[in-house]
Design a protein around this ligand. Structure first.
Ligand SMILES: [Zn+2]
Length: 217
């Protein structure tokens, strides 16, 4: 049967090397269902796969990917809300303990927002979607004195924080964070060097994660 050979080759590599290691886990997950503790919201970008970055096994991460890792504010209307449906399933049914919003460097969605900001002819979907980060952009000011790379980096991080705020607009997320059965976390991945930063909400800054654990003293 004709199919895309790169994917068939990849599947065969998976079946030969990883599947034997994970076979029991897959079977158990099929029998008992998934119980991931972590939901990850990250970008569609082909360079930021959370299963790769967090070295995750099947069943560990409940992942939603969209352009620029965004969550629209709570809005229970008759429209088809894909991100909100995934959140409802993760929080209300799976009862995940953590929601991680992971932004990244070189994000095409964030760049499109900046470059198309004043474009009179928005495309069908991307500009409208990326308008979600307008409040984050406003909080940064006009970015004067910053190189475009630095400005984009700040906006990519600010949009993670804005998404964390939007998550709190969902009443069933707010109630779970209030009773501390759910934690909202922010992270940022640098595509160029593989560095990971995590958000410190008390200090309002992102800080680096050491690639190696600190040596025991
Ligand atoms: Zn992106």
């Amino acid at each position: 049967m004709p199919f895309f050979s790169r994917l068939i080759d990849g599947y065969r590599s998976f079946a030969e090397t990883r599947l034997p290691v994970e076979r029991n886990r897959y079977q158990k997950l099929a029998e008992t269902g998934q119980q991931p503790e972590v939901m990850v919201i990250c970008c569609c970008d082909s360079r930021v796969s959370p299963e790769v970055i967090f070295d995750a096994h099947p069943g560990e991460l409940f992942v939603v990917r969209n352009i620029a890792n965004l969550v629209p504010p709570y809005s229970p209307t008759g429209f088809t809300h894909g991100v909100s449906a995934a959140l409802e399933f993760a929080v209300q049914i799976l009862k995940v303990k953590y929601i991680v919003v992971m932004g990244h460097s070189h994000c095409g969605g964030v760049r499109a927002f900046v470059e198309h900001r004043d474009r009179p002819d928005p495309g069908d979907f991307i500009d409208n979607w990326m308008a979600l980060i307008a409040p984050a952009a406003k909080s940064l000011g006009d970015g004067s004195g910053l190189s475009q790379t630095d400005y984009l980096g700040r906006l990519e991080r600010a949009s993670v924080v804005a998404t964390l705020d939007n998550l709190k607009s969902f009443p069933w997320i707010k109630s779970r964070t209030d009773d501390r059965t759910l934690q909202l976390l922010g992270a940022y991945f640098d595509v160029a060097n593989g560095a990971l930063e995590v958000y410190d909400p008390a200090a309002g800054v992102f800080g680096p994660v050491a690639a190696q654990p600190a040596a025991a003293k």
